[in-house]
Design a protein around this ligand. Structure first.
Ligand SMILES: [Ca+2]
Length: 496
């Protein structure tokens, strides 16, 4: 931790006390080289009677709000394929992203720890002079792909990485983080047709090879995800595929729409200039190819006879962007520390093991994904993870031990906000008019999510003891993440 950060943390978050492991932190330990156990309880039996280890397909969509799909309440159109995944699997109705924007959620997903520990608190910004531009996932981090690869898995990512630009450091490349294969892009979004990123460079790659390729991004992601599964199904090793969709992030383009961004300019589709009907048409037009892709993955797994030993997880990386109508009752959107910023649709599917058509209301967070995958694969890692496995939640309907969930968001403009949730209680901390990157001007709000899921009325004044206790715990958690936080270049408070 830099001296500046230490001082800042001490000044604004209180003394660095209570740095012992939080009660919600679970330790997952074991040999990183242990192989998936062929006779493990989770292994399935194929038609030949031979036990096979479990495959994983992690499908993360971009900027889809809670009601983005019809099985979570989309009032505008149906998403039949994603709905079918839910009908044959389980809806997770209280699932949250650990970030409120793209890069932080992805860092937390990949490492199973709060992304603050990896030093990725904000969007890794496309503009070269932005304080957050030069950051990325450092090689010292341990990802689920690395652990599974060491355990014998074939690993691949198709789609969005957004964990640092390769022109800043090759250390950030997904193939330096446990992925055997990468087809996709490094930036936060690309034109769906020209594949020019928001940093105004062409950004479509096959591994380390920049590749010019025709095709609407969602169609390409669908095609390469399907190809990976078909190829790996023929191989001896189990596989883990991370499908990181671009949809339904901007640029707002449906199949057949023209190029909107070149290396010179971006003709942005401005939602303010369009009617509600036009916005819904684009929303639907971008969602349907994604829905078809999810359906194709399900069909391919069934066709290949590996559906009963493949665990599929579908979820979104944060709440809805401003381009889309906000139909749900949750306050805030993408970037917000309120529920609308991080409460997202999520579905798990594993025929024969997860009971079809069920739902779980257990509070879960995206940093739980890595410990869950390792638990299901019966492998372990030597890094202490913050997330906990929800295997028994989805397989046996059990509850997790009580724990607190935390969020700390840093906007592109350097604005901070934090939140802690304990059962139905949620404390929100905002910093109006604070200097960028600082924790000045803390204003606390308290909500009871059971009584007020829309976070409409703060009841902080009625519960001063609870506010003080939750605030203390939140500050202790944040300070703990900073003690060993990975050093990153740049940042709002850096003199670099
Ligand atoms: Ca996003």
């Amino acid at each position: 931790m830099t001296r500046t950060l230490a001082l800042l943390t001490g000044l604004l978050l209180g003394p660095l006390v209570g740095l012992n492991a939080d009660d919600n932190v679970s330790a997952t330990r074991v040999s990183p080289n242990s192989k998936p156990t062929i006779n493990s309880p989770e292994a399935s039996t194929s038609t030949t009677g031979e036990a096979t280890p479990l495959n994983f397909v992690i499908i993360m969509v971009d900027d889809m709000g809670y009601e983005g799909v019809s099985c979570f309440g989309n009032p505008y159109f149906r998403t039949p394929e994603i709905d079918r995944l839910a009908e044959e699997g389980m809806r997770l109705t209280d699932f949250h992203s650990s970030g409120t924007v793209c890069s932080p959620t992805r860092a937390g997903l990949l490492t199973g720890r709060y992304q603050q520990r990896a030093g990725i608190e904000a969007v890794i910004h496309p503009r070269a002079d932005h304080p957050e531009h030069r950051k990325g996932l450092q090689k010292s981090e341990t990802t689920f792909a690395e652990v599974l690869k060491k355990a014998g898995y074939a690993t691949g990512i198709v789609g969005k990485w957004h964990q640092g630009y390769p022109q800043n450091s090759q250390d950030y490349h997904p193939q330096n983080h446990g992925f055997d294969e990468f087809i996709g892009y490094h930036s936060g979004n690309i034109d769906f047709v020209s594949h020019v990123g928001d940093h105004y460079r062409h950004d479509w790659w096959h591994g380390r090879q920049e590749t010019s390729e025709d095709g609407y991004t969602t169609h390409l992601v669908n095609r390469y995800a399907d190809a990976f599964i078909r190829r790996q199904a023929m191989a001896d090793a189990p596989f883990c595929l991370y499908v990181a969709h671009e949809a339904i992030h901007n640029p707002v383009q449906v199949p057949g729409d023209p190029v909107r961004r070149t290396v010179e300019k971006w003709d942005r589709w401005k939602w303010q200039e369009h009617s509600a009907e036009e916005r819904i048409a684009k929303f639907k037009g971008m969602t349907m190819p994604l829905d078809e892709g999810v359906g194709q993955i399900r069909k391919t797994l069934v066709e290949l006879g590996i559906d009963r030993n493949t665990f599929v997880l579908f979820f979104s990386d944060n709440g809805p962007a401003a381009d889309w109508p906000d139909s749900d009752d949750y306050r805030g959107r993408k970037g917000s520390i309120y529920e609308g910023g991080h409460k997202v649709p999520a579905i798990v599917w594993w025929p024969g093991r997860i009971e079809a058509g069920t739902q779980s209301n257990e509070p879960l967070i995206s940093i739980d994904v890595m410990p869950t995958l390792l638990d299901l694969a019966e492998v372990t890692c030597e890094v202490k993870l913050d997330g906990v496995s929800f295997r028994d939640v989805v397989l046996r309907g059990k509850s997790l031990p009580k724990r607190a969930l935390y969020w700390a968001s840093l906007s592109n403009g350097g604005g901070r906000s934090e939140a802690i949730r304990q059962d139905e209680w949620k404390l929100v901390v905002l910093h109006p008019k604070a200097a960028p990157g600082t924790f000045e001007n803390a204003r606390t709000e308290l909500y009871n999510l059971a009584e007020d899921p829309g976070e409409t009325t703060s009841i902080a004044e009625r519960h001063p003891a609870r506010v003080a206790s939750m605030l203390k715990q939140l500050r202790s958690w944040y300070a703990d993440t900073q003690v060993t936080a990975t050093e990153q270049p740049g940042g709002w408070l850096s003199k670099q």
